[in-house]
Write a protein that binds this ligand. Structure first.
Ligand code: XMP
Length: 509
């Protein structure tokens, strides 16, 4: 097990970003909610307390007993975390008189302190708090200020405990990375040896030990997560990993055959299952987006379960669950409101009565890609745009039929192919085509047409939580539009989606 930093989550929107920044330093860290803390082990090198939407002055404000950590390992309180330490020692926290949101500069800084080493006087930081520290407790020493915030940073005397009232994890804090490196590397003494290769090596060793000679079943989707999870487990147990790749009839054009080939080339023991007809049948006549998702999810579970039962003595179900899914499910404020039911295979482990193995459940998406590269998985798989489990089923508005899938596959293939040929594919985060349930009048040659309308969508995003529409060049859009209308006779009009998320979502259903 590697050295680690514990990030205690008090519910800030930036907590995951702190973890990203620490991991970028090649140091392993975990986020745990303040009310479910793990026991400290020898691997623990330091603790970071996150911010919070709450105020320490509220009656039920999140609180923890810091005695378990303070003085034993270095502690850094960020924003609420800093105010909590002050509050616990009877310092004074008051509502800010002026708004302390947005940019500020560190105008006074004592760079003798390790936390602020190599930082430049006047560097820009990002503030976001409604309360402020009015008075520090006796053992707390002020080490930095901005124009409006006197106690922008402090250190406890005789103890490696620090607090800062700004957010070093956001990119607007110009030297935030230096500050976090100072804390994690210089103060906590972490060795920065957590790399994709080390992750592969230690995970494969752990999987070997856990799985032994047991058989494991895994559902491949063609996406990055399930492919990387499969390769890791394959390295550990070889042919005892049984992969199942289901053709739900809602994949992109030729995707099933192409991806199945790639998997076989990678040496995976994979079975392709053609279940198109069952999926279309289960979708028959459904138009409500949630009903469609549920029907697709349920059919997948049924098909997968039947196939898995054909493998004798299978003990484990492997899943490509990644870290953000795990963190969300234990968030401080409870799971966020469901806008769309994204969990494609929720309920699968319970139904199958198998033990679950999730080798990627400590990684962020970009780390999964890096691990994939360390495993030499082809860029063709690693560089793919995200593709939802319900596939084209939620890109055909209204009821889904085999014929509509065929039309949309043709359109989508022309769009995606064009993006690749013109070098735009890797510039956008995700691109898709949507078949609309309306027809419009057109003219081709001397003929009047009355055909389908298709919407194209391309977005830029970091994690799919927010997104903006991509400003693809007009001449490219014109070209693609022509190509689609000339080659897919069922379509006579193309529109381009120019909505951001929020308020729209990426998928139309
Ligand atoms: P939305 O439409 O909510 O999508 O803005 C955000 C990201 O999630 C993908 N998505 C899904 N992925 N199962 C998935 O595995 C789903 O049911 C699902 N719905 C949306 C979507 O493609 C985008 O990348």
């Amino acid at each position: 097990m590697s050295e680690q930093i514990l990030i205690i989550d008090f519910g800030s929107q930036y907590t995951q970003l702190i973890a990203r920044r620490v991991r970028e330093l090649n140091v392993y860290c975990e986020i745990h909610p303040f009310n479910h803390l793990p026991k400290a082990t020898d691997h623990l090198k330091g603790v970071i307390l996150s911010g919070s939407p709450c105020s320490v002055r509220e009656k039920d404000a999140p609180d923890i007993d810091l005695a378990a950590f303070r003085g034993k390992v270095p502690v850094l309180g960020v924003c609420y975390g800093a105010q909590l330490m002050v509050h616990q020692q009877n310092g004074e926290i008051v509502p800010s008189k002026i708004r302390e949101y947005g940019r500020a500069r560190l105008l006074k800084m004592d760079q003798h302190y390790d936390l602020l080493k190599e930082m430049t006087l006047g560097n820009q930081i990002w503030m976001s708090h409604g309360d402020t520290i009015a008075t520090l407790p006796p053992d707390f020493k002020n080490i930095a200020s901005t124009e409006d915030v006197q106690h922008a940073a402090f250190k406890l005397e005789h103890e490696d405990t620090y607090g800062i009232q700004f957010h070093p994890e956001v990119t607007h804090s110009e030297e935030g990375k230096i500050l976090l490196r100072n804390f994690v590397v210089h103060i906590c003494g972490c060795k920065q040896d957590w790399t994709p290769d080390i992750f592969v090596e230690s995970t494969v060793a752990r999987l070997k030990e856990t799985l032994g000679d047991d058989k494991v079943v895994l559902g491949l989707s063609g996406g990055v997560d399930s492919s990387v999870a499969a390769m890791l487990i394959h390295r550990a147990i070889g042919k005892n990993l049984y992969c199942i790749f289901v053709d739900n009839g809602l994949l992109r054009k030729n995707e099933f055959d192409d991806v199945l080939h790639s998997y076989k080339d990678m040496g995976l023991n994979v079975k392709g299952v053609d279940a198109k007809a069952r999926f279309y049948e289960s979708l028959g006549g459904l138009t409500d987006p949630e009903d469609k998702r549920k029907a697709i999810g349920k059919t997948f579970i049924d098909v997968f379960d039947e196939e898995a039962h054909k493998i004798r003595n299978v003990r484990w179900l492997a899943q490509g669950t990644i870290y953000p899914d795990v963190i969300e499910s234990v968030s401080v404020k409870g799971p966020s409101a469901t806008i769309k039911s994204h969990h494609n295979v929720g309920g699968l482990p319970e139904k199958m009565n198998l033990k679950v193995v999730e080798p990627l459940n400590t990684l962020f998406k970009d780390e999964v890609r890096k691990v994939g590269r360390a495993l030499e998985i082809s860029e063709n798989i690693l560089g793919r745009h995200p593709f939802p489990g319900p596939g084209l089923g939620i890109r055909i508005i209204g009821d889904v039929t085999a014929e509509k899938v065929r039309v949309l596959q043709e359109v989508d293939a022309i769009f995606i192919d064009g993006l690749k040929k013109r070098g735009h594919y890797n510039e956008v985060w995700q691109a898709l085509a949507v078949l609309l349930p309306i027809q419009s009048v057109g003219v081709m040659g001397d003929e009047r047409t009355y055909e389908n309308v298709v919407a194209l969508r391309a977005v830029g995003s970091v994690d799919g939580m927010t997104a903006d529409w991509s400003k693809l060049p007009y001449d490219f859009l014109a070209d693609i539009s022509n190509k689609i209308i000339n080659n897919v006779k069922e379509v006579n009009r193309i529109v381009y989606d120019i909505s951001s998320k929020p308020p729209a979502t990426i998928e139309w259903e």
